[in-house]
Design a protein around this ligand. Structure first.
Ligand code: SF4
Ligand code: MG
Length: 332
């Protein structure tokens, strides 16, 4: 069937000005022509270093910020053409869970009011029906009605993130965008929250856009993977396939940095692991943006911008000129 969410050629450029009303001194290429699709009931992972455009991409598809150009479709509807009421209806179906569980929960509100707020805002339920629904979603995430009148500071980080997840679930959404949703938690607590998210997906048929810089976390969650570098998707494909056999030198570099990820580490070490500073997003390198850090850089790279080449398996693409070279015949 059609994907739940489809982003096509999404672009977000910011003008940087000298002073608030000063002359433009540059353009930040926060998101630069990305395309991806989230199938129903599946998880698409977005990975990349901080500043690669992952969060901006999430904010664009949910209309928290306006794109410079591109197309977003949610359940067949044109998201960028939506106005007031329609955007509000979209938010009911597309919720977010953020990185800092305490920072994203109002410390002055009770759990009941925090989780119940979207029900009021979207006029789903009020009064007794609201309380019933709040208790229901609290129980769904492993909390209970006894927590209704407590305040966020009375909970641990993991429990606070469960409150954030309960709030996201309250309006019965189709898609939850998780932006570094477990990054602030201890590793043991991370696993519990990830397993909760997986169980919710199975039971409720949820789709996730799962953003994280931690590849182990994304590997555990994502059916499909998009790797971002400097505002662009440089590799995309089935999650397991990308982890088993990354095609883009940047993906290889990210995987090589995971302790214990042996096959790739070995290969990356053979080739020399890329290092070096991430260039400024207001002055992205010419040609392939990764060429200033790439151990495999060759003559085409600084001048020719690589398209997403077919990477040899269905649905797999990577933006590296190495894939444009004739493939060697593999012999046993
Ligand atoms: Fe490296 Fe060139 Fe491929 Fe870019 S196009 S990733 S610089 S080999
Ligand atoms: Mg971010």
């Amino acid at each position: 069937g059609t994907p739940l969410l489809e982003a096509r050629d999404l672009v977000k450029h910011y003008q940087i000005r000298k002073g608030v009303l000063g002359r433009p001194v540059g353009t930040v290429h926060a998101v630069d022509g990305i395309s991806f699709a989230i199938p129903r009931g599946k998880t698409v992972g977005l990975v990349g270093e901080s500043g690669s455009g992952k969060s901006t991409a999430a904010r664009l598809v949910s209309r928290l910020i306006e794109p410079t150009s591109g197309e977003v479709r949610f359940d067949g509807q044109d998201v960028l053409a939506m106005r007031g009421k329609e955007v509000k209806a979209l938010r009911r179906r597309m919720q977010m869970v953020f990185q800092d569980p305490f920072g994203s929960l109002n410390p002055r509100l009770t759990v009941g009011d925090i989780v119940g707020e979207p029900l009021e805002v979207h006029r789903v339920a009020s009064g007794r029906a609201r309380t019933d629904r709040v208790v229901e979603v609290l129980e769904t995430v492993g909390l209970s009605g006894r927590d209704l009148h407590k305040f966020p500071h009375q909970f641990s980080g993991g429990q606070a993130q469960r409150i954030g997840i309960a709030r996201a679930l309250a309006t019965n959404p189709d898609l939850i965008i998780c932006d570094e949703a477990v990054s602030a938690l201890d590793v043991s607590v991370q696993a519990q929250v990830l397993n909760l998210l997986k169980r919710l997906q199975r039971e409720l048929g949820l789709s996730y856009l799962f953003i994280a810089h931690d590849l182990n976390v994304v590997r555990y969650m994502a059916d499909e993977l998009c790797v971002m570098y400097m505002g662009e998707i440089v590799e995309r494909g089935d999650g397991d396939a990308v982890f088993a056999d990354p095609q883009h030198p940047y993906t290889q570099m990210l995987l090589a940095a995971i302790p214990g990820h042996d096959p790739v580490t070995a290969r990356a070490q053979e080739r020399g692991v890329a290092t070096g500073e991430v260039p400024s997003a207001s002055a992205p390198p010419s040609g392939c943006r990764f060429h200033t850090r790439c151990p495999a850089v060759f003559d085409r790279c600084p001048t020719e911008h690589p398209p997403l080449y077919d990477a040899g398996q269905p649905g797999r693409v990577a933006a590296c000129h190495l894939l444009d070279e004739p493939r060697q015949v593999q012999r046993a």
